[in-house]
Design a protein around this ligand. Structure first.
Ligand code: AHN
Ligand code: ZN
Length: 333
């Protein structure tokens, strides 16, 4: 009898002990907290793209450019970003002084772990690839080549302003990317650095002296209905882990038809200078088909208009990026 009681007590003790033990363990265990990722709205990104195009060609030193700069700054402010307008007079390949403005919207400014998202917001002054020779000095509307990436980033800014991710985010709209020497220009010597002037300036003179970001993502020509994104080679060289992160996230969301696990071209684009000068490992999401003529047929033509921007492509790119940002843990440990 006594033995049975002791045994019973012992069992009760063991059982009774086990219960609170498991309960006590769970809060300290590395539990995966469910992360809520805001719903990216492709229609909204499309509207932000269209709003830029409605100003006309946003060529530096024009009224459309001025008005669009104000629109971008005001919209970022409305979404709760701290906005830096970095003005610079930059000299183009032909000696023209461009009154450029880089616009940076910062969210969660005190966070030390930061992600830089960027796109160029200027429009190319000349449609030098136009099939009609008479059009080759006409400005480009730059719906896809410029505005689409900015449109996606404005929609991201709207969402980030509503619900903060763990990390800090800086959204940079760089100017004077597309003032590179046109094909009809007399000299094609040393023209490589005639592109990406706004980004080159920022990389040498960041908006904050001690600015650092863990990594950067550039969006360039991301809106076409038939867009495909190959693993761009400069991105691979400087930040292949980020390419993998983004492409894997796209695959998880069902977008492996857009984000192809294949080698792309090596493109002189804004990310080159962010990598080389600013030292921030950065990738380029760009619609460049290495085996099929490279950029789209309407690239740098008068046909880079809203007809070549597709809501569902904006949706796929934006959804991928918003998932990348919100899944980013606050520290690297
Ligand atoms: C070159 O054409 C050398 N690079 C492409 C950069 C670019 C222009 N992205 C958009 N427009
Ligand atoms: Zn361009």
């Amino acid at each position: 009898m006594k033995k049975t009681l002791i045994l019973l007590l012992a069992i009760t003790y063991v059982v009774g002990c086990k219960q609170p033990q498991t309960q006590a363990q769970s809060p300290s265990a590395p539990v995966q907290k469910a992360i809520s990722v805001p719903a990216f709205n492709g229609d909204s990104a499309y509207q932000y793209t269209k709003a830029q195009v409605a100003f006309g060609a946003r060529v530096p030193n024009t009224k459309a450019h001025d008005l669009c700069a104000t629109y971008l700054s005001e919209t970022l402010k409305r979404f709760g970003a701290g906005v830096f307008e970095q003005k610079a007079d930059l000299q183009a390949f032909d000696g023209t002084i461009l009154h450029a403005v880089n616009i940076i919207g910062s969210f969660n400014p005190t966070a030390t772990k930061r992600i830089l998202l960027f796109a160029h917001w200027d429009a190319r002054p000349w449609a030098d690839n136009d099939p009609i020779v008479a059009n080759r000095k006409t400005p480009v509307m730059a719906a896809n080549d410029g505005a689409s990436g900015v449109g996606v980033l404005l929609e991201m800014a709207r969402l980030i302003g509503q619900q903060s991710p763990s990390v800090g985010v800086d959204i940079a709209f760089f100017d004077a990317e597309d003032y590179g020497a046109p094909s009809w220009y007399k000299s094609q010597q040393n023209t490589e650095d005639s592109w990406c002037l706004g980004t080159q300036f920022w990389a040498h003179n960041p908006h904050l002296a001690d600015y650092k970001a863990e990594y950067g993502i550039l969006l360039d020509m991301i809106g076409a209905p038939d867009a495909t994104f190959y693993r761009e080679q400069v991105s691979e060289q400087f930040a292949s882990n980020i390419v993998t992160k983004v492409w894997s996230q796209a695959a998880t969301l069902g977008f492996s038809n857009l984000f192809l696990q294949e080698k792309g071209g090596a493109i002189t684009d804004d990310h080159v200078y962010v990598n080389q000068i600013a030292g921030i490992p950065s990738i380029d999401i760009i619609d460049f088909k290495p085996q099929a003529g490279g950029f789209a047929t309407y690239w740098h033509t008068t046909h880079d208009t809203m007809e070549n921007v597709d809501k569902s492509t904006l949706q796929a790119v934006g959804m991928t990026l918003i998932h990348v940002v919100y899944n980013e843990p606050v520290s690297n440990q």
